[in-house]
Design a binder for this molecule. Sequence first.
Ligand code: SF4
Length: 475
Amino acid sequence: MQREQISVFDMFKIGIGPSSSHTLGPWRAAQQFVQSLEQQRVLPIVQQVKILLYGSLAKTGHGHGTDIAILLGLSGDDPVTFEVDQVTPKIEHIKSSHQLILGGVLPVSFYAEEDLMFLFNESLPYHPNAVTFQAFLNTGKAVSETYYSIGGGFVVKEGDSGQSKTEVDLPFPIDTAADLLHWCIKTGLRISEVVAENELAWRSEQETRTGALNIFRALKECIYRGCHTTGQLPGGLNVARRAAKLNAKLIGNNKYSNYDEWVAAIRNTGDSFKNTLDWVSCFALAVNEENASFGRVVTAPTNGAAGVIPAVLQYYIAFCDGNTDQKIINFLFTASEIGSIFKKGATISAAMGGCQAEIGVSSAMAAAALTECMGGTQRQVLMAAEIAMEHHLGLTCDPIGGLVQVPCIERNTMGAIKAITASQLALQSNPEKAKVSLDAVVKTMWQTALDMNSKYKETSDGGLAINIPISLPEC
Ligand code: SF4
């Protein structure tokens, strides 16, 4: 059987918030549709496009910015490079001018009310996050393609196997935690070293290091920006940003003017339990407030859960001894491998598995990464991931108003703290005596996902989403 091959850079992708499955994935799908029109040599003769959103993409698409992402993707913009402060002006221009520049080259008329349909009561069988693009040509014919956003920014086109990426010969093929442990035992390599060897199948060591440090730069810029931005989050829930106020309170009179000085200033505030706890929450809030504001974030493994891994990494940098390039790379590599195991054995899509698939997986990734970097054995690393997920099992996805704000932002603080606790527990334990393996918890998570009522899977049809009275402005 063909194994899915997932690189560190598939797991950690730079993009724009607020959702990897509902924003980044649909954005990528729209880009792929335009590329497909180019490949079929019909792009110049397109007269009109229509978009049909199904299932969870329809139900929470407004709150998650699915419509915005698709319009930008169809316009030929890229989520990695598009200036985040241009999102609102560009969308307003498309809507007021009733014109979309398809692929950045071909003006087509576009009326959002008629051309972008939210099919709230329709779902496609393959996956709840489905979008169909239709392009009507001047020949009277039409091109129609359906894409599925399967979580974490991964996209599958209907009819494709989902493995369009070039296959490589990985020295250490891994599907399960048992596979990973097998290679560690056989070679004596640490988990991050196994990942580093596998990454060489895709690119050189230098390219991999540069790419990983680019990911880290995006993470730290996101945290720093979030810790220094005040105001309210968009979307109509009127949620106040809290990270900047908390940062100001915690940092006190310590002065700084850039990220590195900020880290030194954080260290100056002391390492009492309460202070450290507050800082970890502050880091996670910062990232997810950026995410909710259509800011630049990194899927880790998703956007909704984008704050957990950076918060734990920032904790490692500021409160442990993690402030070196190699340690940061080891952290990201280990986290990525654990995320891959969950994606292969279960899911990282909240529309498939609820919030256990997002916050639970990110917490397991962070717990493992911290344990690896704190010197834990390979078995302790896997144990940390297992503990973190074990205590997220069954966590539902019920975002109020379909916005990635409540409970999502605070939930990232919980995922981060649980990750640190899980890591400490593993470091203080003998994994030989553990009753539950990581593979058993992956299997359990998947079974729980299958049993979970669909109203708890990113539909805003249940949970907090229906018990908190709100009135949002019409989109
Ligand atoms: S509740 Fe969890 S899974 Fe759902 S949108 Fe929020 S963070 Fe993502």
